[in-house]
Design a binder for this molecule. Structure first.
Ligand SMILES: *[C@@H]1O[C@H](CO)[C@@H](O)[C@H](O)[C@H]1NC(C)=O
Ligand SMILES: *[C@@H]1O[C@H](CO)[C@@H](O)[C@H](O)[C@H]1NC(C)=O
Ligand SMILES: *[C@@H]1O[C@H](CO)[C@@H](O)[C@H](O)[C@H]1NC(C)=O
Ligand SMILES: *[C@@H]1O[C@H](CO)[C@@H](O)[C@H](O)[C@H]1NC(C)=O
Ligand SMILES: *[C@@H]1O[C@H](CO)[C@@H](O)[C@H](O)[C@H]1NC(C)=O
Ligand SMILES: *[C@@H]1O[C@H](CO)[C@@H](O)[C@H](O)[C@H]1NC(C)=O
Ligand SMILES: *[C@@H]1O[C@H](CO)[C@@H](O)[C@H](O)[C@H]1NC(C)=O
Ligand SMILES: *[C@@H]1O[C@H](CO)[C@@H](O)[C@H](O)[C@H]1NC(C)=O
Ligand SMILES: *[C@@H]1O[C@H](CO)[C@@H](O)[C@H](O)[C@H]1NC(C)=O
Ligand SMILES: *[C@@H]1O[C@H](CO)[C@@H](O)[C@H](O)[C@H]1NC(C)=O
Ligand SMILES: *[C@@H]1O[C@H](CO)[C@@H](O)[C@H](O)[C@H]1NC(C)=O
Ligand SMILES: *[C@@H]1O[C@H](CO)[C@@H](O)[C@H](O)[C@H]1NC(C)=O
Length: 406
């Protein structure tokens, strides 16, 4: 999910190397075992001016990736893995404090707003709650003083609501401290592992397969999971998002040069600025439809327009992203797997495309693309923020086993 209201601050990464080799992999999966949330769905719309689109789409457990964490006194909590936000939040009623619980030295309440919560990657949510520090561990590594949010209330906008703040037990954000909504911004769990030198290298990799199983790799680069070249690109998202420059390709041919692209595994779909989405849909000869989302109470000035495209279900395209490489180097195109291109089957031959246009995504003042989990599927994407304070590098490779990331 992409944070709507983000602040900027520096990431507190120290420069010394870790004393010992430490890294781990967690199994991750896209679906939750029980589909409890779907049963609670009931359409609800915020309708202020009658111009809203119909967003009665399911927020489906299948959309998101989870791994197991221990938080406070509860273990085996399945937390949604997000690279578009930075805070760890537990759903209402999930949090059980441990003996390590301490008061947060700051504002003890929080309010966060997400964009991109539904199956098509649109819709909003606001979550409020209380803030404290407690133990958070995974893969055998423990941060005892992790700032966490205990959700107390939440509200969905323009999407049918779930019965909880997030599917699963909560969410864990892997983005920078600059995107923390706690006041003052708190160091995210992953960056606490780095600053407390609990891992060998300050990096994590998402090896998520197209069949809904995969791995979260922390503290190392798992070379054995990949096949082919690794393309490393500097992060241009500063301290508030993971983003790169890249070209957009159709059938291996560049159709849009040098786009700003946010890497957000906590959103389902692929989003392009309206103008670029229009261009791609035109090249693909897709029928399109424009929808206007409701103005949201947390930002009444913000009206999001969404452009959907419809395609023949039997003929998904070859849309890819090509990174900015040095002259003379052979370019590598990373494509959206054809397996994940259809987001809805409207009829047997009419599918809604995983690519949609939106005017809501920017990096700085630049309209940006957003690659959600559907792009991650089949790839190994690694986020490396070296201890020496170097800029973050984002590396792309193809999974050796694209189905399950094994
Ligand atoms: C929204 O779409 C759903 C499913 O296509 C349909 O059942 C419902 O009637 C629509 N609602 C409105 C207000 O158009
Ligand atoms: C979390 O742990 C439970 C219990 O061990 C297990 O059944 C489940 O598969 C785990 N979930 C993930 C995403 O690994
Ligand atoms: C929860 O607390 C009990 C005792 O109060 C302790 O035995 C147990 O290990 C704790 N579990 C976790 C995950 O902290
Ligand atoms: C603390 O949180 C409350 C509720 O979200 C908010 O109204 C207030 O402005 C915050 N205070 C500071 C100093 O951030
Ligand atoms: C725990 O973290 C908070 C910031 O979130 C900090 O103010 C506090 O000093 C830390 N306590 C310990 C024991 O490290
Ligand atoms: C966490 O929030 C719930 C409401 O969702 C509240 O009942 C509970 O007391 C809170 N727990 C702590 C430790 O603050
Ligand atoms: C969250 O808190 C803000 C004030 O900080 C309030 O305006 C909003 O209605 C609250 N939302 C929910 C879902 O509780
Ligand atoms: C891409 O190639 C396929 C098959 O080779 C072809 O059907 C399709 O029209 C091409 N699309 C574009 C946009 O060139
Ligand atoms: C891409 O755009 C950015 C920002 O406008 C610019 O700094 C960069 O040089 C461009 N890269 C290429 C390869 O054109
Ligand atoms: C739905 O669309 C996908 C392609 O996106 C296709 O593989 C699948 O067979 C379709 N399912 C149905 C029930 O038509
Ligand atoms: C495909 O489905 C969408 C959504 O139901 C509809 O708006 C569109 O007209 C359909 N296109 C065709 C060619 O049937
Ligand atoms: C990153 O760190 C390496 C190794 O210390 C160093 O050689 C390189 O110059 C650094 N790059 C930047 C951009 O700081």
């Amino acid at each position: 999910m992409q944070l709507l209201l983000s602040v900027c601050a520096l990431v507190g990464i120290t420069s010394a190397a870790p004393a010992t080799e430490a890294a781990f992999s967690l199994s991750a999966r896209r679906a939750l075992p029980n589909h409890q949330t779907l049963a609670h769905l009931s359409a609800r719309k915020i309708r202020r001016d009658g111009k809203t689109g119909n967003f009665s789409t399911a927020i489906d457990n299948q959309l998101y990736w989870y791994a197991n964490f221990t938080v406070g006194n509860s273990s085996n909590l399945e937390l949604l893995i997000d690279t578009g936000s930075s805070d760890l939040l537990l759903n209402n009623g999930v949090y059980v404090p441990s003996k390590y619980e301490t008061a947060f030295n700051g504002n003890t309440t929080f309010s966060i707003s997400y964009e991109g919560v539904d199956r098509q990657g649109f819709g909003f949510e606001t979550i409020n709650g209380t803030v404290q520090n407690d133990l958070v561990s995974a893969g055998g590594l423990t941060v005892t003083n992790q700032t966490i949010g205990n959700s107390t209330s939440f509200e969905y906008f323009d999407v049918p609501p779930l019965s909880s703040a997030n599917p699963g037990d909560g969410i864990v954000g892997f983005c920078f401290q600059g995107d923390s909504v706690f006041e003052p911004p708190a160091l995210p769990w992953f960056f606490n592992l780095c600053s407390q030198k609990l891992i060998s290298a300050c990096r994590f990799g998402l090896a998520f397969g197209t069949r809904g199983v995969g791995q979260l790799v922390v503290g190392k680069y798992a070379k054995k999971l990949i096949d082919g070249p690794v393309v490393s690109i500097p992060n241009i998202g500063g301290n508030s998002s993971y983003a790169v420059y890249g070209d957009v390709t159709l059938n291996d041919t560049i159709v849009l040069e040098n786009q700003t692209i946010i890497m957000d595994v906590g959103t389902d779909n692929i989003q392009a600025p309206i103008e670029q989405a229009t261009e791609v849909f035109k090249l693909l000869n897709y029928q399109t439809q424009t929808l206007t989302e409701a103005p949201t109470p947390f930002d009444p000035g913000l009206t999001i327009t969404v452009l959907n495209g419809f395609f023949n279900c039997n003929n998904p395209p070859s849309l890819g992203s090509k990174s900015q490489l040095k002259k003379g180097e052979k370019a590598t195109v990373f494509e959206v797997s054809k397996d994940v291109w259809g987001v809805f089957n409207n009829t047997a031959t009419n599918c809604t495309s995983i690519l949609g246009g939106t005017n809501g995504i920017t990096v700085g003042n630049v309209s940006a693309w957003l690659l959600g989990q559907s792009f991650f599927a089949g790839h190994y994407i690694d986020f490396y923020t070296p201890h020496n304070g170097n800029e973050t590098m984002i590396s792309f490779a193809k999974l050796k086993h694209p189905g399950d990331g094994s």
